[in-house]
Design a protein around this ligand. Structure first.
Ligand code: ADP
Length: 245
């Protein structure tokens, strides 16, 4: 597709390609426990992104891969061939390996791995539909799926990508903004702990823009976090109430 100009990405009135304002995140929905045979699962919609995360574990790790003092976390991020506008090759790509690693590193600090020695936890992320920021949406789905699996955690992890279009910072970028914009800055946090667990950058931002991006991301992350927590409550609050009664 032909490249979009910066003016096409952000109008004089401050409206983006999908009608959003610069500080407006995409609609965000989370459904917990959608898979009956995984130990934990979550389906996330973040704009047009549709991401399914399934967790297997904790289970006893194979001898050769177990740690005596902690659990080991594996993450596999995979994109379906029909998930992108141009058919994605079904072969597992270099990019998928790299994103799997980034997602694992974003999640790991939130998991109390030492509570589960000698075990293995596997997270399988399937991108069913992609529209920019899938690593962030994957982190959002995976952290809820881990909580659904009953994995001991310090906090959930919540992520959003900040971008720059027409020299302006915008939140939760879509694919057009990612591809044609001036920067892509994905950020993941443990919102309750105020700790950043993932920070990557594609493009260029000034120090001042980085600081402002983190502040913008925090605001979005706090509202996404509420949606994640409410989705978990929706499944678990009725169970807790019936245990009390
Ligand atoms: P993220 O999804 O985290 O932003 P990238 O920056 O690598 O990761 O990808 C940006 C977007 O480009 C994706 O969300 C997706 O919409 C699109 N995309 C990624 N890989 C492919 C591919 N192989 N074919 C077509 N589109 C792709």
């Amino acid at each position: 597709m032909a490249k979009l100009s910066q003016e096409e990405l952000l109008t004089d009135e401050g409206i983006r390609t999908d009608g959003r304002k610069i500080d407006e995140a995409r609609p965000f929905e989370v459904e917990v426990g959608v898979l009956t045979q995984a130990d934990g699962s979550a389906l996330v919609r973040q704009g047009k992104n549709l991401i399914l995360a399934g967790v297997m574990g904790p289970y006893e790790a194979e001898r050769h891969s177990q740690f005596l003092d902690r659990s080991s976390l594996r993450v596999r991020y995979h994109m379906q061939p029909y998930s992108t506008n141009e058919r994605k090759s079904p072969t597992y790509s270099r990019r998928e390996i790299e994103l799997s690693r980034a997602i694992r590193e974003a999640l790991e600090p939130a998991i109390i791995l030492t509570e589960l020695p000698r075990t293995q936890i596997d997270v399988f992320v399937e991108v069913l539909q992609a529209d920019g920021g899938t690593r962030c949406a994957s982190v959002n789905a995976a952290s809820v799926a881990l909580a659904d699996a009953g994995i001991p955690m310090r906090d959930l992890v919540t992520a959003v990508a900040i971008g720059k279009v027409r020299d302006t910072l915008v939140v939760d970028i879509n694919d057009l903004e990612d591809e044609n914009g001036q920067a892509d800055f994905p950020i993941a946090m443990m919102p309750n702990k105020g700790k950043i667990t993932l920070l990557q950058m594609n493009g260029l931002l000034t120090q001042e823009e980085i600081k402002r991006s983190v502040e913008m991301a925090k605001r979005v992350i706090n509202s996404l976090y509420t949606v994640q927590v409410n989705a978990l409550k929706k499944k678990y609050a009725p169970l807790a109430a019936s245990n009390e009664g």
